[in-house]
Design a protein around this ligand. Structure first.
Ligand code: FAD
Length: 366
C-alpha cells in the first residue's frame, strides 16, 4: 500500500479487521508533517459506508459534527439567498476534521513514515518491485497505489496524467473565530457560507475548535500569478481583494483576516479513466480518479479502499481476480461522480452566478 490518505488507510484498516497485515508506505516523514487540510463531510452511502466496513461508524458518529451541514448562500452584495439548517436527526453528511479522521483510521495500524516511492516495476520474477526515494528496493505480491493526484504508481498501469481545469483555488484560514471575529463567526454559522459571483466564488467553512477555512475559486490561466510572489502573504491578499473587488465588506473581511494563503490550481484526470489490468498493481482514490473537489473525492477514496480490502479478504487465493473485479466496480462509480463533479465545477464557477444557486436548489433538501 503506497500512501496514507483516506484511500490507503481505509484499505489497510478494513484488511486489518479481516486479519490481514498491510505494509503502509508513506512519503511524509510523520503524521503532522503537513497541515491536514479542511473538514470533510462523509456521505451515508460512501465514506460512512466505508467506515462501517472498517467497524468505525459509531466512533465517527461520536466525533463528527452534524450541525456542520448547515449552509448559507449569499450574493456578492451580501444578501442572504438561502439558509439551510440540518434537522437535529440529519446524519446524511456530518463533517469531521481530516486529522480526526486520519487518527481514527490509523488506530492500530503501523504506518512506515518517510518511505517515498519513486517507481514500481510489475512483472519481475519475484513480483512487483518498488523503488524508494532513498535508493532501496523491495518486492511485493500486490502494490496498491493510493498516493494521490501525482501518483508514482499510476505510470505502471496508465500513461494518463492530470490536466488543469481552468479553475484555481487559493485558500486561507482563520483561528479562534468565535472570540477573535464574532461577526464572521455569525456569518459562517455552524457550517459554511458560500458566495457566488461571475467566474469566481468564495466559501468559508467552519472546522472544529473555532478554525475556519476560506476557499476562493476563480477562472484563470495557469500562469495568472506570473507577477505575484505567492510566498508574500500581503501581496496575495491584495491580489485576491482586487479580484473580489466590490463584494460585500463582511465577505472580504474573510480574506482580510486570513493568515497564510495556499495556491491550488485544480487538476483532474479524464472522466472515466480506466486501464488495461496489470497483474500485481492497482490504484485507489485520487490516484485513479482525481476529480474537482466538490465533496466526493475522499468519500470515493474511502469506499474504494474498503471495497478492495473486502474483495481481497473474500478470495485471497486469487488476488488478481479480486483486484480485477474491484477495478470494474470502482471505474463505474468513479465515472459517474467525475461527470457530476465536472459539471458541478462548471456551474459553481460560472459566468452566470444563478447557475450555482440553481445547482444547490437541485441537490439540497428543501
Ligand atoms: C480544497 C479541497 C477540499 C476538498 N474537500 C473535500 C470534501 O469536502 N469531501 C471529499 O470527499 N473530498 C474532498 N476533497 C478531495 C479529497 O481531499 C481527496 O479526494 C482525497 O484526499 C483523496 O484521498 P487519497 O487517499 O486518494 O489521496 P490523498 O489524500 O492525496 O493521500 C495520498 C497520500 O499518499 C502520500 N504519497 C504521495 N506520493 C507518495 C509517494 N510517492 N510515496 C509514498 N507516499 C506518497 C501522500 O503524502 C498522502 O499521504 C477536497 C480536496 C481539496 C483539494
Amino acid at each position: 500500500m503506497v500512501g496514507s490518505g483516506p484511500a490507503g488507510l481505509t484499505f489497510a484498516r478494513v484488511l486489518h479487521r479481516h486479519g490481514y497485515p498491510v505494509a503502509i508506505l508513506e512519503r511524509d516523514p510523520g503524521p503532522d508533517a503537513r497541515p491536514p487540510g479542511g473538514t470533510l463531510d462523509l456521505h451515508e452511502g460512501l465514506g460512512q459506508l466505508a467506515l462501517d466496513k472498517a467497524g468505525l461508524l459509531a466512533e465517527y458518529q461520536a466525533l463528527s459534527r452534524p450541525e456542520g451541514q448547515a449552509m448559507r448562500i449569499l450574493d456578492a452584495d451580501g444578501t442572504v439567498l438561502r439558509d439551510w439548517q440540518p434537522r437535529p436527526d440529519d446524519r446524511a453528511n456530518p463533517e469531521i476534521d481530516r486529522r480526526q479522521l486520519r487518527d481514527l483510521l490509523i488506530g492500530p495500524l503501523d504506518v512506515q513514515w518517510g518511505r517515498g516511492v519513486t517507481q514500481v516495476v510489475p512483472g519481475t520474477r519475484d513480483g512487483v518491485r518498488v523503488h524508494f526515494a532513498d535508493g532501496r528496493q523491495e518486492t511485493f505480491d500486490l502494490v496498491v497505489g493510493a498516493d494521490g493526484a501525482w501518483s508514482r504508481i499510476r505510470p505502471a498501469v496508465s500513461s494518463v496524467t492530470p490536466h488543469y481545469t481552468g479553475v484555481t483555488s487559493v485558500e486561507t484560514s482563520l483561528d479562534d473565530v468565535d472570540t477573535r471575529h464574532p461577526d464572521l463567526a455569525r456569518l459562517i454559522g455552524d457550517g459554511s457560507v458560500s458566495v457566488y459571483g461571475v467566474n469566481r466564488s468564495l466559501v468559508a467553512q467552519r472546522n472544529s475548535g473555532g478554525h475556519v477555512k476560506v476557499y476562493t475559486k476563480f477562472r484563470a490561466p495557469l500562469d495568472w500569478h506570473t507577477n505575484l510572489d505567492l510566498a508574500d502573504v500581503e501581496a496575495v491578499r491584495s491580489s485576491l481583494l482586487a479580484l473580489f473587488d466590490g463584494w460585500a465588506a463582511p465577505v472580504l473581511d474573510l480574506l482580510r483576516h486570513g493568515t497564510a494563503f495556499v495556491h491550488r490550481p485544480l487538476y483532474v484526470l479524464p472522466v472515466s479513466h480506466t486501464w488495461t489490468h496489470v497483474s500485481g498493481v492497482t490504484l485507489l482514490g485520487d490516484a485513479a480518479h482525481l476529480m474537482p473537489p466538490l465533496g466526493a473525492g475522499a468519500n470515493l477514496a474511502m469506499l474504494d479502499g474498503a471495497e478492495l480490502a473486502e474483495s481481497i479478504a473474500a478470495g485471497p487465493e486469487d488476488l488478481d481476480e479480486a483486484v480485477r473485479a474491484f477495478e470494474e466496480q470502482m471505474w463505474a462509480r468513479a465515472g459517474k461522480w467525475a461527470k457530476i463533479t465536472t459539471a458541478g465545477l462548471e456551474r459553481l464557477v460560472s459566468p452566470d452566478p444563478a447557475e450555482a444557486l440553481a445547482l444547490f436548489d437541485q441537490v439540497q433538501p428543501s
